[in-house]
Design a protein around this ligand. Structure first.
Ligand code: 5GP
Ligand code: ZN
Length: 114
């Protein structure tokens, strides 16, 4: 999508601090980190949220979990633990309408969220 900030990051029109990339997803550090480790895994396909998923889109979740598993180990947050967050829509607090999973770690995270 032309005016989507994450699509622009995928196209290289906006720089990012990349941590991983393949044909299906891109992972990069959040510009406004809420924890010592805070990166986003975004789909290369522009979909606003998981609510727009159809058919083979669901396979992306499998792939995203596999990528997060690898990156959590690479970044050394696998043993102490971390959190995966996927905000959806207005009530979910989603600010960028392009599917992305937050991965937060490196400190103890509070629960429940506000
Ligand atoms: P949401 O609120 O939609 O779940 O998460 C969007 C996230 O994207 C926020 O944590 C925000 O800091 C991050 N973000 C927004 N714009 C940019 C950007 O241009 N670059 C990077 N690296 N992160 C961004
Ligand atoms: Zn997009």
């Amino acid at each position: 999508m032309d005016n989507c900030i994450f699509c622009k990051i995928i196209k290289g029109e906006i720089p990012c601090s990349k941590v991983y990339e393949d044909d299906k997803v891109l992972a990069f550090n959040d510009i406004n980190p809420e924890a010592p480790v805070h990166f986003l895994v975004i789909t290369k396909k522009h979909l606003e949220s998981i609510i727009d998923f159809q058919n083979e889109d669901y396979l992306l979740i499998n792939h995203i979990i596999k990528v997060i598993n690898k990156l959590a180990k690479d970044m050394g947050i696998d043993e102490k633990g971390f959190r995966i967050v996927n905000n959806i829509g207005k009530d979910g607090g989603q600010t960028v309408p392009h599917v992305h999973f937050h991965v937060l770690g490196g400190r103890h995270l509070q629960w429940p969220p506000g």
